[in-house]
Design a protein around this ligand. Sequence first.
Ligand SMILES: NC(=O)c1ccc[n+]([C@@H]2O[C@H](COP(=O)([O-])OP(=O)(O)OC[C@H]3O[C@@H](n4cnc5c(N)ncnc54)[C@H](O)[C@@H]3O)[C@@H](O)[C@H]2O)c1
Length: 360
Amino acid sequence: MNRVLRVGVVGLGYWGPNLARNFNQLPGCRLAALCDLDPARLDKMRVLYPDAACYVSFNQMLEETNLDAVVVAVPVHQHFPLGKAALLAGKHVLIEKPLASGTAECEELIALAGRRGLTLMVGHIFVYSAAVQMIRRIVCSGDLGEIRYINSQRLNLGLFQNDINVVWDLAPHDLSMILFLLGSSPSAVNCQGHANITPGIEDVANVSLSFECGRFATVQSSWLEPRKVRQMTIVGTRQMIVYDDIEPLEKIRIYDTRIEHPPHYNGIGEFQYAYHYGDSFIPRLEQTEPLRQMSQHFMECIRSGHPPLSSGERGLEVVRILEACSKSLKTHGGLVAIHPAAEGRRQAPPTNLKRLAHHT
Ligand SMILES: NC(=O)c1ccc[n+]([C@@H]2O[C@H](COP(=O)([O-])OP(=O)(O)OC[C@H]3O[C@@H](n4cnc5c(N)ncnc54)[C@H](O)[C@@H]3O)[C@@H](O)[C@H]2O)c1
């Protein structure tokens, strides 16, 4: 029988309490410790989880609580120092997105976890959602034809951050989904943005991603939008998908829509296109909480030693793109080439949550 794993959560601001709730509910897991610099946040959590030991000092939590794993949900510039300290203390680590503030930090965390035989995972939550898993299965089935283009929009009012811009805050979600769906990383990036509210911190931005084989993707991120928009369009040569994460049930709609080049055309330059409008179809999705799936997967990977679906390497891929975006922003959208990791092309990801633990 599996031993109960003892988990501590550091960072109990906006997002950390959701992680604490999930780990507290997982079978085979005990929420053993909580940590935040702010004692008022700890007081609130103490009421909900009276059995968890509470700390304002992260190092003290590491020393005193005999944890198996640590979940890091602090501001992004703190991901690396806290993640590194936890790995050095021999803990398995789940770090919220993005994995760290730069590629060098990501590489150090990956190497450290590798040397110590510890699980390092990044909170790319959407790759654990039923909708994105379903889209991935449809993409793998070939029903869409060849994927040519993906557009993703993540827009809302705030939450304004003062240490990272909107690309580092929101785009990791879109980028992790795009890489998961395409099974590859882009070779070049352009990013344009504008700081409307806080000087020097872009609050609206557009990212373009160019992939080998002519694939293309765009990501729009904004903290200056009256509506909450979470939409993605996946365009294949045969069919297209619109994924709307705001929809409670009908999140995915598959359109049998395409543009065809008829074989005959009249004269040079007179191309004709045929617009095919077929049916649309809404597949049924399992009602699962992505955060629960992600937390459970972390526990399974610790037990099995298998690399997580959102491993440190996947975190590094996203941070590599974010760094390229920051470079491109400085030249108002100049093209920045991305050099892939030495590991080469990534493996095709799994299409079934039950088999997540066996893949990178
Ligand atoms: N997956 C998602 O959908 C999602 C959503 C929101 C935020 N996040 C991620 O979660 C992380 C936290 O974001 P947030 O919005 O909750 O931030 P937040 O500012 O609301 O909360 C951060 C908390 O960390 C605490 N903290 C900071 N440094 C600390 C330290 N050294 N030791 C202990 N506590 C410390 C702060 O006191 C604060 O309570 C970020 O990485 C963010 O990207 C993920």
